[in-house]
Design a binder for this molecule. Sequence first.
Ligand SMILES: Nc1ncnc2c1ncn2[C@@H]1O[C@H](COP(=O)(O)OP(=O)(O)OP(=O)(O)O)[C@@H](O)[C@H]1O
Ligand SMILES: [Mg+2]
Length: 464
Amino acid sequence: MKNFRISIYWKLFFTILLFILLTSVIIGMLYTGFAPLTEIHTQTKKSLINQTKALTEQITFALENTPSSLEDIIKDLHVKEDADIMIIDTAGNELVSFIEKGLKKTTGDHSQTIESALIQGWDIQKIYYRWELTPIVSVPLKKNNVVIGIVQSYYPRTRNLQGVLPRGATTLISVIILGGLISLLSRYLTRPVRELTKIAREMTKGRFGLKVPIRSHDEVGQLAETFNNMSQSLEDLHNSRRELFADISHEIRSPLARILSDAEILIDRKMDEDERNQHLQAICADVKNLDRLIADLSILSRLELNQVEMSFSRSKIADIISNAASLFILRTKENNINLKQTVGKNLPEVMIDARRIGQVMSNLLTNAIRYTPEGGTIEIGAKQRGQSIEVWVKDNGQGIPEEKLPHIFKRFYRTDKSRSRSTGGTGLGLAIARQFVRAHGGKISAESKLGEGARIFFTLPVSV
Ligand SMILES: Nc1ncnc2c1ncn2[C@@H]1O[C@H](COP(=O)(O)OP(=O)(O)OP(=O)(O)O)[C@@H](O)[C@H]1O
Ligand SMILES: [Mg+2]
């Protein structure tokens, strides 16, 4: 259940479903609220007809007993009784009308109304005026018992027609509720994105490593997780860059300080030729070390940025190994070290940059000689392992403590920092070797037991 993912798809699905359901409910409510308005209550109908009949009798009375014109009578009723009346003749032509502005029915055909008014004595029509149902009651107008036309009386604002909340109010309340719900939902859905934006802004100011809370396991949750990983990587990168600068300045400072002190001694003190040469040689050694450090750093940074061009060619690993070994014969002899080669027979060729792989072997052999006492043995060998050739350099020197093994390929890492000055190592050799091996699509590792020597080995894919 923990890993159950509700994807945005489903969120949207349910949102739309909910939306449709709510809309239907609202439409339903509107419809039911609207229903009484389409029908005029029988009681109301009767009362409206009676009202109109009473009005008509008033008009008939005035026509028969006063000298006032039809127009004056209707005007009088409109002003005094607030009645909205139109008189049409039996052919449907308008004779007189005093009706509130805008209320008047615009459709011209009265024939049905007239017919029904004449036959049953009344007729009711419905029009909508300002969103409300307005009944129009038509009854025949008689003078001296002769029909002279039809009285049409309009009844706007007939409040008792509607039994429920006015339509406008229902709509407004529904829209407010729906709007609120949608707004809440949208806020809920966009919250992680807003959080991401906030943290991303902080990161542009250089504050790395900040995390966004992971609130879901959907696509947005995955994005948040990826974002957090990115933030962590950026922080690591930031820290490693800082450490690198600190390491570099430290590595450069020490030889520079020694050079300065040697130079000052040379200037300040009177000394014989021998002593003078000693100081000059020390200066030369430090300058050489600095030069090598800068060269190493330069190749390492270019390797990390994939900017070192490689020239691959089909090569026999046995040749590369014997070449590398021949370069170290003198040094091993000097240290009374036995250098062995164990190369498997009929090894397939590899596609490599022979010069770079030679450099890797040089780095490994330099280390092996450096950490192997006189009379020791160094073995350099190769064998096939599946689709790769494994190459190794093994010594029986002091070895590497187990807990330090995972670190030896890091830049500037030395198991024993105090030895660096006498041995001249800066801890870049294995880092460079690792990058070269990686550039060939291989892997480099180390195995060792303290006091029993070390074996550093790397793989190279067999050329196809
Ligand atoms: N064969 C080995 N035996 C024992 N320790 C080793 C061996 N090879 C490497 N190490 C340890 O691993 C560390 C890192 O090796 P690496 O070659 O990167 O640096 P370095 O030899 O000290 O300096 P550089 O190679 O830059 O001159 C060494 O300082 C050493 O402590
Ligand atoms: Mg080294």
